[in-house]
Write a protein that binds this ligand. Sequence first.
Ligand code: GTP
Ligand code: MG
Length: 247
Amino acid sequence: MNNRLMQQLGDKIKYANFSAEDAAKLYLSYAKITKNYGAAIRAVQTKLEILDEDFELLHEHNPIHHMETRVKSIESILEKLTRKGYPLTGQAITEGLTDVAGIRVICHYVEDIYTIADLLKRQADIQVVKETDYIKHPKPNGYRSYHLVVKVPVFFVDGVVEMPVEVQIRTMAMDFWASLEHKLRYKSDGLIPKFIADELKECSETIAASDLKMQRIHSFLEDIEHNLQLPELVDETLSQEAEREGN
Ligand code: GTP
Ligand code: MG
């Protein structure tokens, strides 16, 4: 095996219970992993972009604020295979890991999350492998997001492969919380003191309440635009506001 590669492996990968030879083989196959899972990401991302554009045309509203994508790093792949006790082979990656390809979809409102998830799930070539609603059932630490693992067909030179892609769908507010919580946990080596964990959970609840309020405001304004009965409701709201201001 080539020395430079061994050097790279020694520097980058610090997990003892696999042979450097196996790790090196996997390391060499990473270009193919990036290419194949990158293709799967693009296939799902294109579907999401099409849905967002079409929804905008129909409803004058973009459910998606932006998307972030990543292929899991080789270090994370090695770490996860080792943690799960899987062998370091391409087959173990294919059969054991469903989050090598990842897309994070950041939405404006909570309802947008369900709209996007439903529209994606109902497509004939999409197979739902796993679905977890951490919005209706937040994690004990306060983490909120809607997770989907889907399989999408990708047409390669040798034929079609159903590739898994993990899609995390969340609002900007949920993303703000998850990003900071991740950074804080990383900084403190995963050991967050109880009083800080409590504070973080409280922040998550405040954020969820704001998300709900923003959703209500958005739905209310959409109703004003589309519902014929609403002039009365608007008049009522305006007169209530005028009354409050007068007091
Ligand atoms: P992994 O084996 O870590 O992928 O977990 P899992 O298969 O049980 O899936 P889960 O849905 O719990 O988590 C998948 C991904 O969601 C993670 O890799 C993170 O990106 C994100 N996630 C889950 N829980 C948390 C959390 O508590 N905080 C943050 N910031 N992100 C989380
Ligand atoms: Mg993961």
